[in-house]
Every structure is written in C-alpha cells, then in structure tokens.
Design a protein around this ligand. Structure first.
Ligand SMILES: O=P(O)(O)OC[C@H]1O[C@](O)(CO)[C@@H](O)[C@@H]1O
Ligand SMILES: [Mn+2]
Length: 441
C-alpha cells in the first residue's frame, strides 16, 4: 500500500511482535491444548468415546499448528468450510503476493504480525470445528469466567457507584454530569488492562478499587480527547427532536471485568440521556483469549443479574430489560475476526460499514481494535490519527485503548521519544492509555 509505513512484524528480532510470535503465542497454544486435556472426562460424559476421539483430534491439529509456528513453516490455507474460509484464503494469497523475497511464502516470523496473530486464533477455531461433536467448545471460556469471578469486588463497587449515581442523576448540573461521564469513560479505559492474551492467558483480573484510583491514573493518559465526546453527545441531546434517536456503538473487546465497565458506561449513557440506544459489536468466534462473544455477553449479564448483591443484581436486571426493549442491541459480524485493517472495511464488509455510518459515535475498545484502526504499522508518533486511519471514517469515532503493542500515533512532538528514552517498554505493558477521537470538532 502506497503512502503507509511498513507493518509491525516478527522479523524485527527483539521487538514486541517478535517476542509475541516466539513466546506468547506458543504459550497460549500450549494452554489451549492443556484445557482440552482437562475436559476429556466431560467430553466422554457428554458424547462417549466419540467425544474422546474428537478431543484427541483437536489436540493433534493444535500440536501440528504449534510445530508449524515454532519451526516458522509457511502459512497454509484453511481447509474446513466456514462462513469466512474463502475470504481468509483470498487474504492469504494477497499476503503471499506481497512477498518478493525468500521462497515467496508467508511465514510466521516474516509476515505482518497482525496477520499471523489473527491467523493463529482462526486456526485454533478451525481445529475445534474440525473435531465434532466438540465443535461448539470455547477453549477460552474458563479463563474468561475466571476473570469475571476474580473481579467480583471491583464489579460490586462499580455497580454500587452506578446505582447511586442514577438515583441523583436528574439533580446533577451539566458540569457534574460531565465529570461522571469522564469517570466512567476512564473506568472503561482502565478495564482494558485486564485482557488475557498479553499475559499468555494467565489471570489478569481487577482487584483494586478502580473508582478511587482514577485520579492517580490520570498522568498515564497520553491522549485525552474526552471533551470532544462530551461536546458531541451533549449537542446531540440538545438538538434532538423528541422522537429521534442518539445511538452510540461500542466495538467491544474483552469479556469479564472490561465488559462490565463497558456495560456500566452504556447504562450511564442511557440514564443520562446522552444516548437513546447502544449497539454492541462482539466476536463470532473465540478470539485473542478474552474477547467477547454472544455467549460471554449473555452469560455475564445473567451472572450480574443473579449476584447476591442488591446493586449488582439491579444492574443485571436493568441490562436484561434494555436488551428486551431494544435499547441495547448486540450484533456480531465476521469482519471483526478477519485479519484486515479497518480501512479495508468498505470493500470487504460494505454492509458493516454502512451500518457503522448510522452511528452518532463509535467507541473502539482495546488494543487490537487500535492496531486494526491504524493498520498495525510503524507510524511516526506525531502522525495525526486521522491520517493513520487511512480513509476509515464511517462516523465520529474514538479509540479507547491501553497500549499493548508498539504502535501509537497522534502524540505531541517529542512525547513518544521522551517516553522511549525513559521507559522503553512504555507502549507494551498496558500502563498507559489513550482516548483518541476522530470526527468533526
Ligand atoms: O484485548 P486487547 O486490548 O485488544 O489486547 C490484545 C493485545 O494483546 C496482545 O495479543 C499481546 O500479544 C496484543 O498483541 C494485542 O494487541
Ligand atoms: Mn482482547
């Protein structure tokens, strides 16, 4: 692609991409294999000998995958028929066509990191769907659930905070409402620290009191465009006709604690009338360990509803009502688990692009969404976000991300260089975060 920098790649020895392909991804694969092993008796109870055979088959396919990766074998086409198989295989050919060195084959360490990392999760899915009758099995379900359970205290604190806020929301003046909006946005940002793929699938639950940590975390927000979000939604609210809709779309990231923070924010948007509808976008297949699928979304709301805590269960009951009333709508689309950068959406998934164009505001949660928004490239730190989006402008949008990959745009001159000098791992640990807006000001 002309005019854009090179992709991050495992070929840069010592880079975060390299270490991810070399260590983190195989570690995740080993954990997946172990999970299947541990469910052997469950498969036997459910499906008899056939279940055990299927478990063996899935494990052998995954072991083969791990071997391909560790010996840097060529990336091979997908074989099992699924809704996205053809698109994936076309993309594989496209990646191959870009190569003019070595033997002209895409390889794990040689090819763009975004591509091979997505491909790995898609191959895990392939191993599962090739192994009926256990082809429904979500290999990451346990860790997602564990993250939720381990974050109980923080979740109770958040639900209590929200419910108390709602009882006085009508009495708040503009500034107070804005402050509360900013607080819940920050909670949703820091909720993104809790993904499970960065930690190789190990638990990264939320144990501290987030609401009271926000002030201390403020210095770690490197780009903070929340004022634009406020102006945008407040203007929508002021100018809207009685019957008209204000819709905020949230492109979700991780289930567990992060999803709770997103739902709390979505609840506030309705209660404050800053939005009349919230649309959520999740993943169609298990993805990057902790990403939200429809099962995770429904499961989590059910858990919150049945919690043994007054305010928590109130939240769960309200959320279920929002869904029943159509004020909250969950969608999935296969595009979110393709390897394409988002600037390709109008060509690859025009229906989804047209849908997103209806939003008043789109919030993109998490690191992977940021990588796909900006193409996972070696951009200069000071390149404007608008430019890095490379033509992807369906509606006003905001990336809400803690930094877990070596790519960041839209910084002040010298800001990135300074961080680099004082703290070389600043952009890969999740310690820093951004609210980066693109749209009319
Ligand atoms: O859940 P998030 O915020 O998208 O983070 C996932 C991130 O974790 C990692 O997979 C770690 O490898 C990053 O590559 C990726 O961007
Ligand atoms: Mn994720």
């Amino acid at each position: 692609m002309a005019g854009v920098p090179a992709s991050l790649s495992g070929r840069d020895v010592g880079s975060f991409a390299y270490l991810t392909v070399k260590d983190r991804i195989p570690q995740i694969l080993t954990k997946v294999i172990d999970t299947l092993h541990r469910h052997k008796s469950e498969f036997f109870e459910k499906h008899g000998e056939e279940g055990v055979e299927a478990e063996k088959k899935a494990i052998s396919l995954l072991s083969k995958l791990r071997n391909e990766l560790q010996t840097d074998k060529p990336i091979i086409p997908l074989v099992e028929k699924f809704v996205d198989t053809d698109i994936w295989n076309q993309y594989l050919e496209y990646q191959q066509s870009l190569i003019n060195e070595s033997d002209g084959k895409s390889r794990w360490f040689y090819s763009p990191w975004l591509f091979v990392e997505c491909y790995m999760y898609r191959r895990i899915h392939e191993a599962i769907i090739q192994s009926p009758p256990i082809n429904y099995f979500d290999v990451f379900k346990e860790s997602k659930e564990q993250n939720f359970y381990e974050s109980q205290e923080s979740i109770i604190a958040l639900c209590t905070h929200l419910q108390q806020l709602i009882t006085t929301i009508e009495d708040l003046d503009e500034n107070q409402l804005k402050d509360e909006f900013f607080k819940l946005l920050q909670i949703s940002l820091w909720g993104n620290k809790c993904d499970l793929s960065l930690s190789g699938g190990e638990s990264r639950s939320q144990k501290t009191d987030v609401v009271n940590s926000l002030e201390n975390l403020k210095p770690f927000i490197l780009v903070n465009d929340v004022e634009h979000l406020w102006s945008l939604l407040r203007n929508c609210k002021k100018t809207r006709e009685k019957a008209s809709v204000i819709s905020v779309y949230i492109v979700l990231d991780n289930s567990g604690f992060e999803l709770v923070t997103d739902l709390i924010l979505a609840n506030f948007l309705l209660s404050s009338k800053l939005a009349t509808e919230v649309h959520f976008y999740g993943k169609m297949i298990p993805w990057f360990v902790s990403d939200t699928t429809i099962h995770d979304f429904n499961w989590l709301i059910e858990q919150v509803k049945h919690a043994n805590h007054k305010w928590m269960s109130k939240c769960g009951a309200d959320w279920e009502d929002y869904i029943k009333m159509g004020k909250w709508v969950y969608h999935d689309h296969i595009f979110w688990t393709l390897p394409h950068e988002y600037c390709a959406m109008p060509q690859v998934a025009p229906d989804l692009y047209a849908e997103l164009q209806k939003a008043h505001l789109i919030l993109f949660k998490g690191d992977l969404n940021y990588r796909k928004l900006t193409g996972d490239r070696k951009w200069e730190f000071s390149v404007p976000f608008h430019q890095a989006l490379n033509g992807f402008h369906p509606a006003p949008l905001c990336a809400i991300r803690t930094l877990k990959a070596e790519t960041q745009v839209g910084l002040q001159p010298g800001q990135g260089e300074q961080l680099m000098a004082s703290e070389p791992s600043w952009w890969t640990t999740g310690k820093y975060g951004i609210f980066q807006y693109d749209g009319p000001l």
